[in-house]
Design a protein around this ligand. Structure first.
Ligand SMILES: Nc1ncnc2c1ncn2[C@@H]1O[C@H](COP(=O)(O)OP(=O)(O)OP(=O)(O)O)[C@@H](O)[C@H]1O
Ligand SMILES: [Mg+2]
Length: 212
């Protein structure tokens, strides 16, 4: 399957979640490739840092910040189990291309009552992509949740009210994610038994159930 992490908003966790989903699926024996479709190249930087630290390479990261992602990604998907596209903030052309390739788009968002989780532009791009690909699935994934957010999330009804709907799995605000990003690691490399790891395992399982 091809999963794209997209949100026009910067710094919401697209790269963090792309790398950690890839890491978790790789740990479970899947062949995974991450496409870094962001000219900032954060996923590639992470991979380079990882190599410098002498850590093993659980999945490949390739740079492809071009409007041709939709042509390349399906090719790659033939040779592995999961392709994960780490999208750029703001660049509509690239996001459009990623949306044409994806089976599922995950929209990382920071829970905040004050501003929308995705720009109207982002939701418009999804609606537009569905004209060509009506089967395109989309979900919000809440990232950097504080303990209070977890308490505030009540019933399944509240989750389903959103469009796109919100995944049940959420990711907390945890220092391990920031440490991992800096050092070419995944949270599982830092502490295999942490809350961060448990959240990623649950997220990866829920996402896989959605599309397979
Ligand atoms: N759950 C989390 N807990 C703590 N820090 C986090 C969490 N998720 C992301 N971060 C940190 O927030 C910063 C932004 O995250 P990330 O780079 O994944 O966002 P992004 O959406 O890819 O940003 P951009 O739009 O620039 O590509 C990074 O420093 C990352 O380590
Ligand atoms: Mg990023």
């Amino acid at each position: 399957m091809i999963v794209a992490l997209l949100n026009q908003k910067g710094g919401v966790g697209k790269t963090t979640l792309a790398l950690h989903l890839a890491g978790e699926w790789a740990r479970r024996g899947k062949r995974v490739t991450v496409i870094d479709a962001d000219p900032q190249g954060s996923a590639l930087d992470w991979s380079e840092q990882r190599a410098r630290e002498g850590l093993e390479r659980p999945f490949g990261v390739i740079g492809l910040a071009r409007d041709t992602v939709h042509r390349e990604a399906p090719e790659l998907a033939r040779t592995c189990d999961h392709v994960i596209i780490d999208g750029p903030p703001r660049i509509a052309g690239l996001m459009r291309s990623a949306l044409l390739a994806a089976d599922l788009v995950l929209i990382p968002a920071q829970p905040s009552p004050f501003d929308g989780w995705a720009s109207a532009e982002m939701l418009k791009l999804i609606a537009e992509a569905r004209i060509f690909r009506p089967q395109l699935a989309a979900r919000f994934v809440l990232n950097r949740c504080g303990a209070r957010t977890i308490l505030a999330r009540d019933t399944a009804k509240a989750l389903a009210r959103h469009d796109p709907p919100m995944l049940v799995a959420t990711i907390g605000q945890r220092i391990a994610f920031a440490d991992a990003a800096r050092t070419g690691r995944l949270v599982a490399d830092i502490d295999g038994d942490s809350s961060a790891v448990r959240e990623i395992v649950a997220l990866a399982a829920e996402v896989e159930r959605l599309v397979t």
